[in-house]
Design a protein around this ligand. Sequence first.
Ligand SMILES: Cc1cc2nc3c(=O)[nH]c(=O)nc-3n(C[C@H](O)[C@H](O)[C@H](O)COP(=O)(O)OP(=O)(O)OC[C@H]3O[C@@H](n4cnc5c(N)ncnc54)[C@H](O)[C@@H]3O)c2cc1C
Length: 288
Amino acid sequence: MAENVDETILENSCDAILISSTRITPTSTDEVRHLVLQIDEPAFRFATGQSIGVLVPGPHAFGNEYHHRRYSIANPTQRGNAQNIELELLVRRCFYLDEVSGERYPGIASNYLCDAKPGDKLKITGPFRSPFKIPADEQSNLLMIGTGTGIAPFRAFVRQIYDQHGGWKGNVRLFYGDRGGMNLLYLNEQQQDLGQYYDHQTFKAFSVLTDRPLSTAEEGLQDNLTANTEECSRLLREPNTYVYVAGQEKAAEVLDKVMAEAFGSSEAWQAQKQALIDQDRWAELLYH
Ligand SMILES: Cc1cc2nc3c(=O)[nH]c(=O)nc-3n(C[C@H](O)[C@H](O)[C@H](O)COP(=O)(O)OP(=O)(O)OC[C@H]3O[C@@H](n4cnc5c(N)ncnc54)[C@H](O)[C@@H]3O)c2cc1C
C-alpha cells in the first residue's frame, strides 16, 4: 500500500532530471533498467550505499497525494561535479496480482521510473542512510547475499571497499541469484559492474551454475547457496564474518532454508543468526 509521506520528507524533496534509461535485461526475462539521474539541487550529497525515495504524483487510489518508494543508489559517493550530482539506480518493473480479482496491476513507482524518458523531471527524497557499514577490521570476512536489484547496494559497497580501502585482507564473498543468471545484473556487458573486482584476490562472486529454467530470482539464489553451502556456512561460523543481505524478502527465506540444512536444524541456524545480529554483524536491506 502507498505510504503516507511525512511533511519533513516532502519539504526536503528536490528535483532530478533523468539523463538516461537503459534496459539491462533481455526481453525474455523481467525488465530491469539502469537509470542515471542528475540532481537539480546544489546542496544534495549522498554517501555510498544510501537510498533515495521517488515521489510519484497522484491522484492515487487511496487518496494520497504522492506514492513514495525507495531505491538504492548503485554508484559510490559523488559522481558528477558539485553542481551536477549524478545517481545511478537499478529498477525492476514490478507487477502485482490482486488476490480477489486475479488481475495483474503495474507497481506504481517502478513503472513510473521505467517509463520515464531522458529529460523528464522527477521528484526525489532523501538520501536515506544505509544499513551496510564497512567494519573497521580489514581482516574480517564480508559475506554478501542477495537477489535481483539487491545487487545495487552491493555494487556501491564493493566499489567502496576497494576504492577507499585500496584492498581488503579478509574474504569478500558475493552469493547472488537472479532469474536470468548472474551475468544479467551483475556482469552485464554495458557496465561490467563488479567484473573488475575479479582482479582482487580477496573477492569472489559465486555464479548460478544451473541448467534448469528459473522462474524466480530466489530459485537462482537457492541453487547458488546449495552448490556452495560449505563455503557459505564455514564463513557464517567464523567469529569475524559480517553478513549483508539485500533484495526481495524471499531472499532471506531462501537463506534460512538452505542454512537450516547446513547447520543441522532450523533452531541451530536461528541461534547462529541471532548471535550475528546480537554482535552487530548482520545487516539487511529487504523489500517486497
Ligand atoms: C531501502 C529500499 C531500497 C530499495 N531498492 C530498490 C532497488 O534498488 N531497485 C528496485 O527495483 N526496488 C528497490 N526497492 C523496492 C522499491 O522501493 C519498491 O517497493 C518496488 O519498486 C515496488 O514499488 P511500486 O511502487 O512499483 O509497486 P507498488 O505499487 O507499491 O506495489 C508493490 C506491492 O504493494 C502491494 N500493493 C500495492 N497496491 C496494492 C493494491 N491495490 N492491492 C494489493 N496489493 C497492493 C503489492 O503487494 C505489491 O507487490 C527498495 C526498497 C527499499 C525499502
